[in-house]
Ligand binder design. Structure first.
Ligand SMILES: [Zn+2]
Length: 697
């Protein structure tokens, strides 16, 4: 058992810093496993819980939000897909100021450093909450665009940036330097954001939490045609590499950028002295709700560029500029009800229904309460007056209850339901992580039988690494589930009963129906590991499914063992535990799954429709038996899946990441960091041809 982490409310600032660092690293590692290796190590719900904790800490300590915060990443870094670009001049970030005193001190510091008695002129510009970009122009023509990345090296997003209407492909007017890196923020306006989410929701796709995430996600599309359809916008406000100077002040520079065809924020102004800084902040704060896009503060810069030069940098931040951040926005309202929502993984999430209230210009009617522990911690009850907070435009949350305003007589504490609203009457269980620790999340154990989870489970069932049924994608599946034709996996193999109705459905003709049924029939014979993986048992991913399939050999042996594991038969539990990489979390998950009557019935019904192939026992007499192999880069003679399957057949273990335990790295063209790590660790590296020669394929 791992001790429950300290609640966000109790964290000290130092602990919050440490937690945010840890979460950023942990989430980044999971992103790599998920996006680059297609091999998630934890469930979506566990992943979401990590992200949520990160967001909660950030909401409480907005000034601690890291540059590499996981909240800024949607879809994560898909390395090896965007080429790295080294910025001509690093993209640095400004120090933050949080109060009037900080702003006054900034002005005093500038004047002290320059030994000035006179008032200093500054620019005050709204700080756009988007994604920083650097766009390089040669002879007035856009040649390259890069994300900020770590400030030194970003990602090449030229194709995508080129689709943004507000970014000129060719600079207008004249007087631009031969080479210039124009810098600014790619963002989405509120109206565009709402429209984008509405369309995503209508299409059954994932919606974005806020405009910044949506902008980041849109800019990092692999297919620039998708980016082109997103209404991204851009404000220019700075520059990096220059072949020659083009202005004497920041103010003049902004005017020049505008004359070359860029949008610059119309709210920017040139102000005098400390008082000017404070007035500008107050004005911007008042205007904020009406802007139509998110800003999270005001950026002050010393206007004269020669003075900026003299001020230079302290460590990594310039002395000549500072970002004054807005505080988190709070409002008071009444909690009218607590509803329970069931997520696609069966997680039960309490949602607060609120008397509508405007926070930071946005009408809020719901707030997440996260989980049962959060409700208990807040001691929030229906009828309570609560303090609501939006920070950095994350989902609003309830910060605390106003105890003096609790209605009389006191409402009863909220009782978290013990059954899912799906009414299967299955027990609501506490979720565990892969390491077996109990989490604060409660979930319905209905799986395929729970209507809230059914579709997600079926999607997993037909997914590429499970049953991989051609012609039965998410769209078709959703439609068939809605029509009641498919409620559990076995129904897919009985879909032919609806053949005539299907033929009458728009979009289906003789050919497509024939193809669909052929796709389904082709999977009536299935490998045992795909069968196991397709069941969607928590913590039983693809690798574990392969291990179990090899361990049990036949479907009959597998099912018999599962019944015994569910009954906690010591011998069966021990047998499973002895399998490679299988531990308590897998055993518990398998036991819980097969302890449910509905699951056993569904699995049996599925089995009755299929021919499940025997799994091959791993070989022990090959050149690679027992070795750990990593494939990286592009393979040219086989697909990644084929390579993996072949290696495993020959008794090798295939891993997604290189470590000291790796024996062989097979590197194709374009291999990046994994190859580098392998070389550093002195691990045997071979080409695809050498590998094939060795395994005799
Ligand atoms: Zn349920």
């Amino acid at each position: 058992m791992v001790a429950a982490p300290k609640s966000v409310e109790q964290l000290t600032e130092a602990e919050a810093v440490a937690e945010l660092t840890r979460l950023a690293d942990e989430i980044a590692a999971h992103d790599i496993r998920y996006f680059q290796e297609d091999a998630p190590a934890i469930s979506d719900a566990d992943y979401d819980a990590l992200k949520r904790r990160n967001t909660e800490i950030e909401a409480r300590f907005p000034h601690l939000i890291r540059e590499n915060s996981p909240s800024f990443r949607v879809g994560a870094t898909r390395a090896e897909q965007f080429a790295p670009v080294e910025h001509g001049v690093p993209m640095l970030s400004l120090d933050n100021a949080f109060s009037d005193e900080d702003a006054v001190e900034f002005d005093a510091r500038v004047r002290r450093f320059l030994k000035l008695e006179e008032e200093v002129a500054y620019t005050a510009e709204p700080k756009i909450d988007g994604l920083s970009c650097s766009i390089r122009y040669e002879n007035g023509v856009l040649v390259q665009a890069a994300t900020r990345g770590d400030g030194r090296v970003g990602e090449d997003v030229t194709a995508n940036v080129s689709t943004i209407g507000e970014i000129p492909r060719r600079l207008k007017g004249s007087g631009w330097p031969e080479t210039i890196e124009v810098r600014g923020e790619v963002y989405l306006g509120h109206a565009e954001f709402a429209a984008l989410n509405e369309a995503a929701e209508a299409a059954g796709q994932k919606t974005y939490a806020n405009p910044r995430n949506a902008a980041a996600g849109s800019l990092r599309q692999i297919d620039s045609k998708v980016t082109a359809q997103r209404p991204l916008r851009f404000f220019a406000y700075a520059w990096g590499l220059l072949s020659e100077p083009f202005a004497e002040t920041q103010w003049e520079a902004l005017a020049k950028l505008k004359s070359w065809g860029f949008q610059v924020t119309p709210q920017s102004e040139r102000v005098q002295g400390a008082k000017g800084l404070l007035d500008a902040y107050a004005r911007m704060e008042a205007e904020r709700p009406k802007l139509g896009f998110d800003i999270d503060g005001v950026v002050y810069k010393v206007d004269r560029l020669d003075w900026q030069q003299r001020l230079g940098f302290v460590s990594r931040a310039p002395r000549w500029g500072i970002a004054r951040k807005f505080p988190a926005q709070q409002a008071r309202t009444v909690l009218e009800a607590i509803d329970i929502q069931v997520g696609r993984t069966g997680a039960l999430t309490p949602v607060a229904r609120l008397t509508p209230v405007t926070v930071g210009g946005v009408v809020v009617t719901n707030a997440t309460l996260h989980n049962a522990d959060e409700i208990e911690r807040l001691d929030v009850r229906v009828g309570d007056t609560v303090i609501l907070q939006r920070a950095g435009d994350v989902i609003p949350q309830i910060v605390r209850v106003v105890p003096e305003e609790r209605p009389k007589p006191e409402p009863a504490p909220f009782e978290f339901p013990h059954v899912c609203p799906c009414d299967l009457k299955t027990e609501v269980v506490r979720e565990t992580t892969a390491s077996g620790a109990e989490t604060v999340v409660r979930r319905c154990s209905g799986e395929f039988a729970c209507p809230f989870q059914r579709l997600a489970h079926l999607r997993h069932f037909v997914s590429r690494r499970a049953f991989d049924i051609e012609g039965l994608g998410e769209k078709q599946l959703t439609a068939f589930v809605e029509r009641g034709w498919i409620a559990e996996p076995a129904d897919i193999f009985r879909l032919h009963a609806h053949r005539d109705e299907l033929l009458e459905t728009e979009g289906y003709g003789e050919t497509s129906v024939k193809n669909l049924f052929e796709g389904i029939e082709a999977r009536r014979t299935i490998a045992l590991d795909r069968f196991i993986y397709g069941l969607g048992i928590r913590h039983i991913g693809e690798t574990t499914a392969v291990v179990m399939a090899r361990g049990y050999g036949t479907i009959e042996a597998f099912l018999e063992a599962m019944d015994k594991v569910a009954a906690r038969d010591p011998e069966a539990v021990e047998e499973l535990d002895a399998m490679d990489q299988i531990g308590g979390a897998v055993i518990d998950a398998a036991a819980a799954y097969f302890a449910e009557d509905h699951n056993r019935r569904i699995v049996q019904a599925l089995k009755d429709e299929l021919q499940v192939q025997e799994a091959e026992k791993p070989k022990t007499d090959t050149a690679v038996a027992g070795k750990t192999v990593v494939f990286t880069g592009t393979l040219e003679r086989m697909t990644r899946d084929e390579a993996k399957a072949q290696a495993e057949r020959l008794g090798a273990k295939v891993s997604g990441s290189v470590s000291k335990k790796t024996d062989i790295v097979v590197a194709g063209p374009g291999a990046g960091s994994k190859l580098k790590t392998a070389t550093e660790l002195g691990i045997q590296v071979m080409t695809e041809d050498e590998w094939i020669a060795m395994v005799g394929g």
